[in-house]
Design a protein around this ligand. Structure first.
Ligand SMILES: [Fe+2]
Length: 163
């Protein structure tokens, strides 16, 4: 199925958002490294890889439907947060922004009756439910367990559950 310019642009923008998320999480990893909280740093190190995989997945889809991939500019990201809670709140907000963008592209795919794009994007609707839930769980753990006390332990429990 041929890709319209509008859908191609939206998918390319999504590649940029996924790479932007990877870069944002790299900044968060750095914040936690400098704070001396290696478990949180590792969490973001791993999550950066996942975001790069998402970007590649969108790249592959564009290629599969004979589209053209564009790598748009990335903005600088912060390595400074006032607390672990603030960093995870920012991460959750970031995921919500990504979810909204995927919903917008899905609406274009539906409108244009591009069923292949629709199927592909729906897998990302599900993925975003998991992503938001993951960050929300960590945030809840931080809120309930104290930022430097039991939370890293709770975090390992959550991550064990994730595997
Ligand atoms: Fe993602």
């Amino acid at each position: 199925m041929e890709l319209s310019k509008r859908l191609e642009e939206a998918l390319n923008k999504q590649i940029n958002l996924e790479l932007g998320a990877a870069y944002t999480y790299k900044g968060m990893e750095q914040y936690f490294r400098e704070e001396g909280l290696p478990q949180y740093a590792h969490f973001f190190e791993e999550h950066t890889k996942e975001e790069i995989e998402h970007a590649e997945d969108f790249r592959n889809f564009i290629e599969d439907v004979d589209g053209h991939v564009v790598y748009l500019p990335l903005e600088g990201v912060s390595t400074e947060y006032s607390s672990p809670k603030e960093a995870f709140e920012a991460a959750l907000d970031h995921e919500k922004m990504i979810s909204a963008s995927i919903r917008d592209i899905l609406e274009i795919a539906i409108e244009e009756k591009h069923y292949a794009a629709e199927n592909f994007l729906r897998t990302y609707i599900d993925e975003q439910v998991e992503e938001e839930n993951l960050f929300r769980s960590v945030l809840d753990a931080i809120k309930h367990a104290g930022e430097k006390g039991a939370a890293p332990f709770t975090l390992s429990q959550i991550l064990k559950h994730e595997d």
